[in-house]
Design a protein around this ligand. Structure first.
Ligand code: SF4
Length: 173
């Protein structure tokens, strides 16, 4: 008998799954045996999910988070859909077609241009954007996306230069 468990909590998945497929914006971005994924993720989104699981040995430390919000599925970003939130984004990620899911190791598949560098912890793979900056930028896009006259709870005090913005942008929902 087979069982497919769909969860947003990788901590749960690790307890019961043998193989894991990680999805982002409606596509599988990583697929592998669960121990391989937990030992060394081969996609930055998977890495972000794993880094954000609370751990008992990190008491008192700030929990890592993936900056920004999931994309609006009617306006998925060009290139790699994860690029507005990815810590390792490069120009190729924004301008080339979305990277296909490809084999990057023994029974390991990743849809990242730089999966091999991530898997080998290569110093060539540099962090290019900060989660706090992504969070801030996304919040501004969300404000710009809303129709004039609508309000978002908790945004009192934000100046008129962003509160009356036009439709557009792509901060996601
Ligand atoms: S292709 Fe680029 S933006 Fe997408 S996950 Fe890989 S490094 Fe990040």
């Amino acid at each position: 008998m087979g069982l497919i468990l769909i969860t947003h909590d990788l901590g749960v998945g690790g307890d019961v799954d043998k193989r894991i497929a990680v999805m982002y914006a409606g596509r599988i971005v990583e697929r592998a045996d669960v121990f391989d994924v937990y030992g060394r993720p081969g996609h930055p989104y998977t890495k972000g999910l794993l880094d954000s699981i609370p751990r008992l040995d990190q008491k008192g430390e700030t929990l890592a988070a993936i900056g920004g919000l999931p994309p609006n599925l009617t306006r998925i970003p060009a290139g790699c859909a994860f690029n507005p939130r990815c810590a390792y984004v490069q120009d190729v990620c924004r301008h080339d077609p979305p990277p296909p899911l490809r084999e990057v190791g023994h029974f390991r598949f990743s849809a990242c241009h730089f999966a091999e560098l991530l898997l080998t912890d290569s110093p060539e793979l540099e962090v290019t954007q900060d989660a706090d900056v992504v969070e801030h930028e996304t919040n501004l896009h969300v404000l710009e996306d809303r129709p004039p006259g609508t309000t978002i709870p908790g945004d009192a005090g934000i100046g008129p230069e962003v509160s009356g913005g036009a439709m557009g942008g792509g901060g996601g929902a």
